[in-house]
Design a protein around this ligand. Structure first.
Ligand SMILES: [Mg+2]
Length: 231
């Protein structure tokens, strides 16, 4: 199997999915409006460097989960479905060309992200991904408990240790990310892409491709992938 491990927010999707989804859930009356100042305070603490990126992610997801305590899974899923329709305009323009290229090279796509998994599942189905590792809400008897079940956004190296990706016949063809949490993925693949202009401390011999606001060079990516996969 050839596989790609892709971050989602600010890599494939402009901005953080959780904020748009929170707005949508508040508009629908599924979460109370006081979620907004709670999330703002966490964002501000990160901006002021009072908390780490990992804590920022964890606390944001915990507050989001807590706001949904007692909501039925069915109501949450229905709101996510309507959200995903309007959210698609936030995907980077070249994402479709990227996925077409990966299909052509028979590279299976897995998302590894701290974005709400229910949203990622809608995209995975729509875009034909092979799987996803996201931020999952805990559920019991059809109700959300208010707790986080798991969150791959803060431990992406965990995915690399899974048997399917460890198999000798598995080739980690591509990784793509924008933040420190993505470094384990970016350091592990044949080809890696850093989205945006963030400074990431990758391994010394890393030569990542940069995809910036000026557009994504899909042709250059194809050359690199072609070379890496023929070795
Ligand atoms: Mg990201």
């Amino acid at each position: 199997m050839r596989y790609a491990l892709l971050d989602w927010d600010n890599t494939i999707h402009r901005g953080y999915t959780i904020y748009g989804l929170t707005d949508h859930l508040a508009e629908k009356g599924i979460v109370a409006d006081d979620i907004h100042p709670i999330l703002e305070r966490i964002k501000e603490a990160y901006r002021l460097q009072e908390i780490s990126y990992a804590d920022y992610t964890l606390r944001t997801c915990e507050a989001f989960a807590e706001a949904l305590a007692g909501c039925s899974l069915e109501a949450y899923r229905a709101a996510v479905a309507s959200f995903a329709l309007e959210d698609e305009r936030h995907l980077f323009d070249e994402a479709a060309a990227l996925f077409a290229l990966l299909r052509r090279y028979r590279i299976e796509v897995y998302l590894v992200s701290g974005a709400p998994a229910e949203v990622l599942r809608v995209y995975a189905e729509r875009l034909g991904f092979s799987g996803l590792f996201g931020f999952e809400l805990e559920e019991q008897d059809g109700m959300l408990t208010g707790r986080v079940a798991c969150n791959y956004g803060v431990d992406k190296a965990r995915v690399l240790r899974m048997p399917a990706f460890q198999a000798p016949s598995s080739v980690h063809a591509l990784s793509m990310g924008d933040a420190v949490a993505d470094i384990p993925l970016l350091d592990h693949s044949e080809v890696s892409i850093v989205v945006g202009d963030g400074k990431l401390a990758l391994r010394e011999d890393a030569r990542p491709l940069r995809f910036g606001d000026g557009g994504w060079d899909i042709r250059e990516l194809e050359e690199l992938l072609g070379g890496a996969l023929s070795r």
